[in-house]
Design a protein around this ligand. Structure first.
Ligand SMILES: *[C@@H]1O[C@H](CO)[C@@H](O)[C@H](O)[C@H]1NC(C)=O
Ligand SMILES: *[C@@H]1O[C@H](CO)[C@@H](O)[C@H](O)[C@H]1NC(C)=O
Ligand SMILES: *[C@@H]1O[C@H](CO)[C@@H](O)[C@H](O)[C@H]1NC(C)=O
Length: 478
């Protein structure tokens, strides 16, 4: 039973941090008290993540072993990386691995949906199995999201696994000479999950569409067609002998508005759906989607800009500080339970990835976009509940979370001048006051570096430099 505490408290910090009498510095600036309210609860967080689909994992595997390890550490380590907790894999649909295609687990058509699919599991899955096994077994990642951009071409109205087209057999789709492939595609997806299970990786979430509102590398679905397929996929998974039945996600629409438009048609199958997923390209996540399910922002990136590793220059689309704010908007303003940047590690000259493969597959270089995500992901762990926090002036954006282990993370993004905050939990029962506080900063010169914290009486006081992000964690025990 927590009682609500007064929302806004201002406290001077002079008593805690004594000024050094030998230096003629200004008196310490007063701290703004950020008061966390554990009784105001919002969404549960599933985590933060990225993808190595479309042979980005193959690119990672071409690095020297020490750089492969560094790349994996940068993505998943909670001590010297971003501590990402979700990996999004692409379920292949292509006949081979030309270009950046993801080869299918059943690349050749059996000729008819009445004949069994011809599986060719290569134990690699475009090197995504390796990244998945590392994520799960080395770094403790528990959320593996497998998503199909398309069905194999032989199951589709346009005969290819790109350029739109529909799954054969869906209502409203052109008829296919070979028949109705809906059940075959559901079986195919279940089989993919089974191959991973046999390789000791549990796929926890399964999607069957990517940007169904766009025509390029995937296939098209209306909301009604997605619901029609979920009615086939869900029982297929339930009667499979998978030891862990993945939750079904839908629909990875190109934008938040586009996903909102599909929701009314999905309402009748809400009991078969696990997670609503949407991207940030066509429209930004700036409102809560109307659904009883958790919502994930599953793809966002600066696809246009030239590669930059900068934190802040002028607020450019690829800068780390910009991405710290994008995550804030999705989590606080759009109720997102997860936030995924499109690609983790890859070659190339745009900002579509967070970690750059430089030279001729010689080494990896992180951008500050990675550390922006890490400022959330390292400290807001899966299962955390977003809770209320008040007291911030307009120049500070704040969000607070109660982790499963009882620690409370307070994220602060400062778009103004130098500031100082005093973070406290405002409504804890007596004897439950935090006993320790730590804080980490990311700014133009630091990437998740622990900074000095003055801690007393359950309150952590810390400097939040201009244009920085600081995450304060208050611990219930030592
Ligand atoms: C999966 O785990 C089992 C039991 O530990 C082991 O025998 C098997 O080799 C593993 N398979 C893979 C592909 O890692
Ligand atoms: C059940 O799983 C095993 C191994 O994972 C597989 O070989 C078998 O075909 C599956 N059975 C059915 C009925 O799907
Ligand atoms: C936020 O998402 C949760 C599910 O995670 C849902 O129960 C809640 O109603 C959503 N809040 C808003 C404001 O839509």
């Amino acid at each position: 039973m927590h009682k609500l505490l007064a929302a806004l408290i201002f406290a001077g910090s002079a008593a805690v941090t004594a000024a050094d009498p030998s230096s003629p510095v200004q008196p310490r600036q007063a701290a703004t008290t950020l008061s966390v309210d554990l009784s105001r609860t919002f969404q549960v967080m599933d985590g933060f993540g990225t993808s190595e689909a479309f042979q980005r994992a193959v690119q990672m595997s071409r690095l020297p072993p020490a750089e492969q390890r560094k790349a994996l550490d940068l993505l998943f380590s909670t001590t010297n990386g971003a501590g990402l907790s979700i990996l999004r894999n692409g379920i292949g649909s292509s006949p081979d691995m030309r270009n950046d295609w993801m080869v299918s687990i059943a690349p050749k058509s059996p000729g008819s949906p009445d004949r069994p699919l011809i599986y060719e599991w290569d134990g690699s899955d475009n090197k995504q199995l390796w990244v998945s096994q590392e994520a799960v077994h080395t770094y403790g990642v528990r959320t593996i999201y497998a998503d199909a951009w398309s069905a194999p071409g032989y199951m589709k109205t346009n005969g290819q696994d790109s350029n739109g087209g529909n799954l054969c057999g869906l209502s409203g789709a052109p008829r296919c000479a070979t028949g109705d492939w809906r059940q075959a595609f559901a079986d195919y997806l279940a089989k993919y999950v089974e191959f991973y299970q046999q390789s000791n990786v549990t796929i926890t979430h399964l999607g069957f569409t990517n940007e169904p509102d766009l025509t390029y590398a995937s296939m098209r679905w209306t909301g009604a067609q997605a619901a029609e397929f979920i009615r086939i996929l869900h029982p297929t998974l339930q009667r499979s002998n998978l030891t862990h039945k993945p939750l079904i996600t839908c629909c990875d629409a190109g934008g938040w508005q586009q996903q909102a438009g599909m929701l009314p048609s999905l309402a009748p199958v809400n009991n078969m759906l696990g997670i609503i997923t949407a991207h940030s390209y066509m429209s930004q996540p700036n409102f809560a989607l109307s659904t009883p399910h958790r919502v994930w922002q599953t793809e966002a990136a600066d696809l246009q800009g030239a590669w930059t590793s900068a934190w802040y220059q002028w607020g450019g689309a690829g800068e780390g500080f910009t991405w710290a704010n994008h995550v804030y908007q999705a989590v606080v303003n759009a109720n997102a339970s997860a936030y995924l940047y499109w690609v983790g590690v890859q070659t190339g000259s745009t900002n579509s990835h967070m970690v750059h493969i430089a030279g001729n597959y010689e080494r990896v270089e992180p951008s500050m976009r990675l550390w922006a995500l890490g400022m959330w992901s390292r400290f807001v762990r899966p299962g955390a509940v977003r809770v209320g926090v008040s007291g911030a002036p307009g120049s500070l954006r704040t969000a607070a979370f109660r982790n499963v282990d009882g620690s409370v993370a307070v994220v602060v993004i400062n778009s103004g001048g130098n500031a100082r905050v005093a973070a406290r939990v405002g409504n804890l029962a007596a004897g439950k006051t935090p006993v320790r506080g730590r804080a980490w900063v990311t700014d133009a010169s630091r990437a998740i570096v622990e900074v000095a914290t003055a801690f007393a009486d359950g309150v952590a006081r810390v400097d939040v430099p201009s244009r920085s992000m600081v995450t304060v964690v208050l611990y219930p025990d030592a």
